[in-house]
Structures are given as C-alpha cells and as structure tokens.
Design a protein around this ligand. Structure first.
Ligand code: DAK
Length: 260
C-alpha cells in the first residue's frame, strides 16, 4: 500500500496506524479518510494482527478535526458525501473485529475527537486537548460526535462540550470518562503498546466476541442483550483457543493461542 497521509507499521501482532499530515495538525481531508478506509480494510483481513494502535504524527496533534480548508466551499451534496465517507470509515473502526486503542498525542478536536470515539480505548498524553468546536464553525459534528460522545460520557456532559465548543485538557477528559488513562507524553506509545500487548496475549477470538457483545449489546434491551451474550459465549466453545486456554489452566502451563 502506498499512502500519502498514513503510516502503517506492524510490530509482533500489533498494527500501528499513524495519521501523518503534521503540517495541518493531521486534519482529515478526503484523501486521508480514503487511505484510513483502505488501511483498516487490510487490517481486518490480516489474521496475524490482534490489536491496533491509532495515533497522530508529530508532537502537537492527534487530529485537529476534519480539514476546514477542504470543507469550507463544499455544497450540500459534497458535504453529505464527505460526511458519509467519514461515517463509514469511523463505523468500520468501531465494528472492526480487533480492538483499537487511540493514542492521543495532542489536539483531539472535532472529527479527531469523533475518530477517537470510534476506537475502543483512549489513552491520552498529558498535553492533549479535547473538544467539539463545530458549532463555532457553523456546523454540527458530522462524524458521529453527537451520538458517540453522548453515549460515552452522558447526555449532559456531551451537550456542554458540543454547545460551548470549549477545549478541555486531559485531566478533565479523564474525569468525564472520555479517556481511559492519562500518561506522560514521552510514555504514550510505550503505554499504548503495553496495553495492546496485554490484550493480544488473550485469545483473539474471545476479544473479538467481547467487542461485539459490548458494542452491539449496549444498543439492545437487556433481555435481548444477555441472550446475544449467551450466543457468543457458546460460540467460543467451537474454537481451538477456548480448548487451549482451559487446558493450559488445568495443566498449569503457559497458553499458546492460535486465533482459531
Ligand atoms: N483543518 C485544516 N487545517 C488545519 C486544521 C483543520 N481542522 N487545524 C489546523 N490546521 C492547520 C492550520 O491552518 C495551520 O496551517 P498553516 O497556516 O500553517 O498552513 C496548521 O494546521 C497549524 O495550525 P495553527 O497555526 O492554527 O496552530 P496553533 O497551535 O496556533 O492552533 C489549534 C492549534 C488546534 C487550536 C488550531 O489550529 C485550531 O483551532 N484548529 C481548528 C480546530 C477545529 O476547529 N477543528 C474542528 C474542525 S471541524 C461533517 C463532517 C465532519 C465534520 C462536521 C460535519 N458533515 C459532513 C456533516 C467535522 C468537522 C470538524 O472536525
């Protein structure tokens, strides 16, 4: 894959995806969104990748939003197309059958915050800043921000952030539950990799089904959700990794999962 704005690396069973437009604070233009879509399609197909880290290049920004220079002259049809493109890639990340950790290394604004929200876990560098400044630009968040932010941090806190457009720091983001963890900036990738490796040491099929159970289950009523959970629990018993995990425990030996 030759890409202008995305760096893709593999390390052990991890994929590291870096959005690489630091001069524009990694703002998401159409080209970057298309490349993100391609890279996540490849990751989905690769059975040797067990977890993904998504981050931004440079020291200033994860992603400072959708690209305002590209958006400013769009007409209604172009804006809808741009919104659909963003929404389909963000949904692809949310539904990816592998866990995705966002390593937030700086400004995480607008479409950047929405991108982080479509990941499973968010780790922030202590200097990162968060916000949904769209209303100040005359638009609504268009990549799922009104929906995922309210589901993650609650309706009241989401409305405050979206209506005011204010920026908050990492500690406030942590207090609100927007990020899982805040770490020193020079330790960000180390922490993200350590967490990704811990996840990757568990049975990948089980982690995949846990992700589906949580993401789909929270949209269901509780009776349907627990039945769905039971379905997925049953599915584990058709996998080699379930046999291996339990055999290894009983035999008091190290486990060796095969993602099967
Ligand atoms: N788009 C394009 N370029 C950007 C950018 C952005 N979002 N953010 C920064 N840049 C560019 C700057 O223009 C500047 O470029 P040059 O002038 O050097 O060519 C370079 O990055 C460095 O930025 P600054 O010089 O401004 O750096 P500062 O440290 O002074 O300020 C800042 C950093 C993050 C506070 C500031 O850059 C800033 O306020 N940026 C904009 C943040 C923002 O408003 N983000 C939200 C964008 S709106 C939808 C689909 C999607 C969306 C909505 C609807 N539908 C289709 C319905 C999503 C919308 C958004 O994300």
């Amino acid at each position: 894959m030759v890409m202008e704005n995305i760096i893709f690396e593999e390390e052990d069973n991890l994929a590291i995806v870096t959005i690489n437009r630091p001069k524009a604070l990694n703002a998401l233009n159409s080209e970057t969104l298309i490349e993100l879509d391609e890279v996540f399609s490849e990751i989905e197909k690769d059975n040797n990748i067990y977890a993904v880290i998504l981050t931004g290049a440079g020291e200033k920004a994860f992603v400072a939003g959708a690209d305002i220079s590209e958006m400013k002259d769009m007409n209604v049809i172009e804006a809808r197309q741009f919104g659909r493109l963003g929404n389909s890639i963000f949904r692809k990340i949310e539904l990816l059958e592998k866990p995705v950790i966002a390593a937030l290394n700086g400004f995480t604004l607008g479409g950047g915050c929405e991108l982080a929200l479509s990941c499973d876990i968010r780790i922030a560098c202590s200097k990162a800043k968060f916000g949904q400044p769209e209303a100040g630009l005359g638009i609504t968040p268009g990549f799922g921000g009104t929906q995922r932010l309210a589901r993650l941090i609650g309706i009241g806190a989401a409305k405050e952030l979206i209506f005011t457009g204010k920026m908050i720091d990492s500690n406030e983001a942590y207090r609100l539950g927007l990020v899982n963890k805040v770490v020193e900036c020079d330790k960000l990738m180390e922490e993200a990799k350590a967490m990704a490796k811990t996840i990757a040491s568990n049975a990948p099929v089980a982690v995949k089904l846990c992700k589906a159970a949580i993401n789909r289950g929270v949209q269901m009523d509780i009776d349907t959700a627990v039945m769905y959970e039971a379905e997925l629990f049953g599915e584990c018993f058709a996998t080699e990794d379930q046999k291996e995990g339990m055999e290894a425990f009983v035999q008091k030996r190290a486990k060796s999962f095969k993602n099967r």
